[in-house]
Design a protein around this ligand. Structure first.
Ligand SMILES: *Cc1c(COP(=O)(O)O)cnc(C)c1O
Length: 389
């Protein structure tokens, strides 16, 4: 789970530096006041370097990161964008906000995009594919990227859960043409609210940077109030305070992910003796962010029973089985835009995903937890499954 467990003096010191250097909270300008202190810029450069890509743009949230990424694609009326049925609402919201038609695929046993279903849904109207590394486990990037390349469709990674993870040694969020991250308060690293977009090419970066800032090109030849612009845009700028916190959190990212992997392993060991449990499939070559441990049981009642027994121990599950209404598109009947492709019977549009999700349980993994926690989880699960079997 997360960076918020480790928030401390390092974040505070970074923020103090902003105030010691004139207290300029805006990312641009005020050069004479700030003693060369530009936290958002420094955060972008450090993030790009860490992920080994040339360009990064910080924004206000993971949701706006997706929306800004889509701004570079020149979307036209009737264009479709494909994502997966199991994701946070934000992925589909961003597609709708970009005036494209959202299309969702089924998920596979890895709880991410089913590439066979992607193959059946991709076509001439598809303008992008947004793959999600749900709950910290990499999607089948090799297969999905190949399909996108075959159809000449850009791949975007919603790497909100993938920050600090990798696949075959390459950072999640850097396989596609663009990758987006969220730094909201429950993500692997946090700036309170915030997000980042990574770009492989300069043209995409410059277009997105302008669009996230009302079209400002930040032309060095003129002052900002006379700035040049090629298109309208919006305001999704990150503040210096978020940038400052981000710098401190980024330095902790490797440690967070390492600890989570260690703790996930311990959690796995504690429960895998229970033969009623089937662990989520993880593609080989994955280094997970290990934000959660996901497994399935035989039916919905068993999954709900586990949640009930865990709650008695004061332990919550994470999204599954309780929060599918925010994370499964079959339940989003409030988004009429989904009906354009999927028809009115949304609740039956993803039967395979539905069957998998309703009998799934997700346990949060934290940086700090101890043997007592592991014992409680194991006992609660044993009790729950024993009761229903
Ligand atoms: C958290 C999340 C987002 C949105 O990020 P915010 O910073 O909360 O706006 C987008 N996609 C996924 C998969 C997420 O989990």
């Amino acid at each position: 789970m997360p960076g918020y467990e480790l928030i401390g003096i390092e974040e505070q010191n970074e923020i103090n530096e902003v105030f010691k250097n004139g207290g300029v909270l805006f990312r641009h300008g005020f050069d004479e006041l700030r003693n060369n202190c530009y936290k958002v810029k420094e955060f972008e450069e450090a993030f790009a370097k860490k992920m080994n890509v040339p360009y990064a743009l910080a924004v206000t949230s993971g949701t706006s990161a997706l929306r800004v990424a889509l701004s570079v694609l020149n979307l036209q009326e009737g264009d479709e964008i494909i994502t997966q049925s199991f994701t946070f609402v934000a992925t589909v919201e961003a597609i709708i906000e970009a005036r494209a038609i959202p299309v969702c695929t089924e998920i596979d046993e890895g709880f991410n995009m089913d590439f066979e279903d992607l193959k059946s849904k991709i076509g001439p109207k598809t303008k992008a594919v947004i793959v999600v590394h749900m709950l910290g486990t990499p999607a089948k990037l090799k297969e999905i990227k190949k399909i996108c390349d075959d159809f000449d469709v850009p791949l975007i990674e919603d790497s909100a859960w993938g920050c600090g993870g990798s696949y075959n040694g390459i950072a999640l969020g850097t396989y596609g043409r663009m990758g987006t991250y969220s730094f909201d308060f429950v993500k692997t690293m946090t700036t309170g609210e915030g997000g980042m977009i990574l770009f492989k090419n300069k043209f995409d970066y410059e277009k997105a940077a302008a669009w996230h800032d009302h079209g400002h090109e930040n032309n060095p030849k003129v002052p900002r109030w006379e700035d040049t612009r090629a298109s309208s845009g919006f305001n999704f700028r990150m503040t210096e305070l978020q940038g400052a916190v981000g710098l401190a959190q980024l330095r902790k990212l490797d440690f967070i992910v390492k600890m989570q992997n260690k703790n996930k392993k311990a959690l796995e060991e504690a429960i895998k003796g229970n033969k009623h449990i089937k662990l989520r499939e993880v593609p080989s070559g994955s280094y997970e962010t290990a934000d959660a441990l996901v497994f399935t049981v035989k039916d919905k009642d068993s999954a709900l029973n586990i949640r009930r027994e865990l709650l008695k121990e004061g332990i919550s599950t994470k999204i599954l089985p309780e929060a599918t209404s925010w994370h499964f598109s079959a339940t989003w009947t409030h988004m009429k835009e989904l009906e354009v492709f999927h028809g009115k019977d949304l609740s039956n549009a993803f039967p395979i995903s539905k069957k998998l999700l309703e009998r799934a349980v997700s346990l949060p993994v934290k940086v700090n937890f101890d043997d007592d926690y592991l014992n409680k989880v194991r006992k609660a699960i044993d009790r729950a499954l024993y009761a229903v079997s």
